[in-house]
Design a protein around this ligand. Structure first.
Ligand code: NAD
Length: 265
């Protein structure tokens, strides 16, 4: 099936590693040009190099701090000057505070999540609306979390902020529909990435091996399809939503979660 995204220019924030890197790779496999916008210069450049070498395509890294509007402005200006357009924005970059109850979180941890996740997404969305409007349309996809859908304890602020991006996106979808811009979200549950491994190591240290393995078995039971997610599971959904095959889909959030959060089973 032709997805209709050959030659499209795709900014993916936080694509230096994890799900973002896989999203950039999945777009490149379909003939799109990924622009990797990560705060971490080394991993951003490594990701662009890896994709370009493996697939023989163009992929570039532009170091960007999405919390800094000047940095985001440079990202979009440089993308436009190199490729002449920006077709797709994927808001993927994130931070996450160590798991604890909200009452125990420091204000620095709370503010950092608000700044990177909420403000960062808004900075990037605002920066692409004008160029997308001028070129006749575009597509914005933000990566949320099913922790926001079910209300995950010890991640209240992270889930709250991601839920805010979802609410914002539904309203924005209506505001920009007339300009040919579609706005959607993809909401993963656990996907095995560096972030995921870091969280599990924290738990293992805290609980000890036996209790940790017990917790993992209990967790897996929440997934009707019997496995945790892989970055490619999320990337495939993002590419579909950005494609011509999804041209009548806007203002939606698609959970990609192996059945987690359907409800009790
Ligand atoms: N991994 C999971 O289990 C899981 C589950 C649900 C949702 N998600 C969501 O999926 C997305 C990707 O998750 P991941 O596991 O790949 O995360 P990750 O931590 O592996 O990668 C996040 C990337 O964002 C970059 N980043 C952080 N702050 C930035 C900033 N200010 N500007 C630009 N880049 C910045 C980091 O350098 C890093 O490369 C996130 O939005 C996350 O919330 C992940």
């Amino acid at each position: 099936m032709d997805l209709g995204i050959k030659g499209k220019v795709v900014i993916v924030t936080g694509a230096g590693r994890g799900i973002g890197r896989e999203i950039a790779r999945a777009f490149a496999e379909e003939g799109a040009i990924p622009v990797i916008a990560d705060i971490a210069r080394d991993s951003g450049e490594e990701a662009a190099g890896e994709i370009a070498t493996a697939l023989g395509v163009k992929a570039v890294a532009i170091q960007t701090d999405i919390t800094d509007r000047e940095s985001v402005k440079r990202l979009v200006e440089n993308t436009l000057s190199e490729f002449g357009r920006v077709d797709i924005l994927v808001n993927n970059a994130t931070v996450i505070a160590p798991a604890k109850f909200f009452k125990d979180e420091t204000w620095e941890e709370v503010d950092r999540e608000i700044s990177v996740i909420y403000q960062g997404c808004l900075n990037c969305m605002r920066a692409v609306i004008d160029p997308m409007t001028q070129q006749g349309g575009g597509c914005i996809i933000s990566i949320l979390t099913d922790a926001a859908r079910i209300g995950e304890p010890r991640m209240a602020n992270y889930g709250g902020v991601k839920g805010g991006v979802g609410a914002f996106s539904r309203a924005l979808a209506k505001e920009v529909a007339g300009d040919g811009i579609r706005v959607n979200c993809v909401s993963p549950s656990m996907a095995i990435t560096e972030l995921w491994k870091g969280r599990r190591e924290e738990e293992k240290t805290k609980l000890g091996e036996e209790k940790f393995q017990d917790l993992q078995r209990k967790r897996l039971k929440l997934y009707p399809l019997g496995r945790f997610g892989e970055p490619r599971d999320i990337a495939d959904a993002v590419v579909f939503l950005a494609s011509e095959r999804a041209s009548w889909i806007t203002g939606q959030t698609l959970s990609v979660n192996g059945g987690y959060a359907i409800g009790p089973w």
